[in-house]
Design a protein around this ligand. Structure first.
Ligand code: AP5
Length: 209
């Protein structure tokens, strides 16, 4: 069974690769960022609370995220395995996860910061189906509209320059120590995340065991 965690800085391509891999392996892609954004646009109490943190690029409090993740992991499709994207993000979250389920493999997306800033400033999202575009590397066929459903594309509020700066700082402070912990447990395979989507895809497959 594949129980995979994707770790890496914002904009490294975790979501892009997770969607492809989930399709190939027939297991769900569980993104806490997507779950939180869905809660925020539905206007639930949890979503409204999370939204304030997300806009600033800060981590949503552990207890809120754990609740939403626990519920998602309990769904039937996650019993066959999963690709976790965006969780855990700090050592405490890894401990909470270990109490729910073991993790077999951690894929670390390694990439220089200069590339991330470019990728994030050029990212556009479809608010209807969640498809992720990039104005330079993966542009939509019709400018500003989703290829699948024609919805006008939006820019994530946390892709502003200021929020990206905060997200990178949070990554260095909270997530890098988690990477070190997983390394000591022998779970980490490094995936160089520069290059085209197809090149990274091939490296992800080669890294899986
Ligand atoms: P989340 O949604 O998880 O965001 P993130 O980790 O910052 O990651 P991103 O979605 O920005 O990037 P990605 O690596 O998925 O890159 P993508 O594939 O889109 O979290 C958002 C917020 O939610 C957090 O800041 C926090 O507030 C909250 N949150 C979530 N989980 C939490 C948790 N566990 N605890 C607390 N708070 C939590 O690609 C980026 C761009 O590059 C796209 O335009 C894409 O098209 C393009 N691209 C991708 N791959 C390539 C390539 N190989 N070549 C060229 N372009 C590429």
């Amino acid at each position: 069974m594949h129980r995979i965690v994707l770790l890496g800085p914002p904009g490294a391509g975790k979501g892009t690769q997770a969607k492809r891999l989930a399709k190939e392996l027939g297991i769900p892609h569980l993104s806490t960022g997507e779950l939180l954004r869905a809660a925020a646009s539905a206007g639930t109490a949890l979503g409204r609370e999370a939204d304030g943190y997300m806009r600033q690029g800060r981590l949503v409090p552990d207890a809120l995220v754990l609740g939403i993740l626990r519920e998602r992991l309990a769904a039937a499709d996650a019993h066959r395995g999963f690709i976790l994207d965006g969780y855990p993000r700090n050592v405490a979250q890894a401990q909470s996860l270990a109490e729910i389920t073991p993790v077999e493999q951690v894929l670390y997306f390694e990439i220089p910061e200069s590339v991330l800033v470019d990728r994030l400033s050029q990212r556009r999202n479809c608010p209807t189906c969640g498809t992720v575009y990039n104005l330079v590397t993966q542009p939509p066929r019709q400018s500003g509209r989703c290829d699948r459903d024609g919805t006008p594309l939006i820019q994530r509020t946390d892709d502003s320059e200021e929020a990206v700066r905060t997200r990178l700082a949070v990554y260095r402070e909270a997530t890098v120590p988690l990477l070190d912990l997983y390394r000591t447990q022998g779970l980490v395979r490094t995936v160089p995340a520069g290059g085209s989507v197809e090149e990274v895809d091939a490296r992800v497959r080669a890294a899986l065991h």
